[in-house]
Ligand binder design. Structure first.
Ligand code: CMP
Length: 165
């Protein structure tokens, strides 16, 4: 077991259903901590960069169209074996195959509108969390870095930093 960070996206279908809180509760109830997060509307470039490994696949164009169709909530989850735990909580990519009680079985409409994304490996988690923030200027990643720094401060400094916003 090891403490890991993983990137999680609550997709436009789930955001529009007003279930961000219900999904985050699944993570919290299973020992994952939300250590950074931001609601934002991805551009084509943001989504294309994020899903570059799927470029050329038959579902790529629809995936980009869907991921830019409305706001998403991007978050970093931290905890013991966070990467695999998040994937277990999400369930199969295709909600018709997802186990009962998983996020996708309970909240997803289809393989495209499947409620959540989660990093699939340590390499992806590192890449996804570190994706260049400066390019779009509206990413969660800058705030992630700030939060990670804040998290490592002693309690008094943490409080002061939080108060400073
Ligand atoms: P996600 O975990 O965000 O990673 C890529 C996304 O592509 C996936 O969830 C699905 O929403 C979408 N997708 C659509 N069709 C497929 C498919 N046949 N295989 C994998 N992913 C697909």
């Amino acid at each position: 077991m090891s403490i890991e960070k993983t990137l999680s996206i609550i997709k436009p279908d789930a955001v529009s259903k007003n279930i961000i809180g219900k999904i985050i509760t699944r993570f919290e109830d299973n020992g994952l901590y939300l250590v950074a997060g931001k609601l934002l509307h991805l551009s084509d470039d943001d989504a294309g960069g994020f899903y570059q490994e799927h470029k050329g696949k038959p579902f790529y164009e629809d995936l980009i169209k869907f991921m830019t169709s409305g706001p998403v909530f991007i978050q970093v989850l931290k905890g013991e074996d966070a990467i695999i735990k998040n994937r277990e909580l999400m369930g199969d990519t295709d909600p018709t195959k997802a186990k009962k009680g998983t996020i996708r079985a309970d909240f997803a409409n289809s393989i495209d509108a499947n409620a959540v994304h989660g990093s699939d490996s340590q390499t992806s988690a590192i890449r996804e969390i570190r994706r260049d923030p400066e390019k779009s200027g509206k990413t969660p990643y800058q705030s992630c870095r700030a939060l990670f720094v804040i998290q490592s401060l002693p309690r008094k400094k943490l409080l002061n930093a939080a108060l400073r916003g």
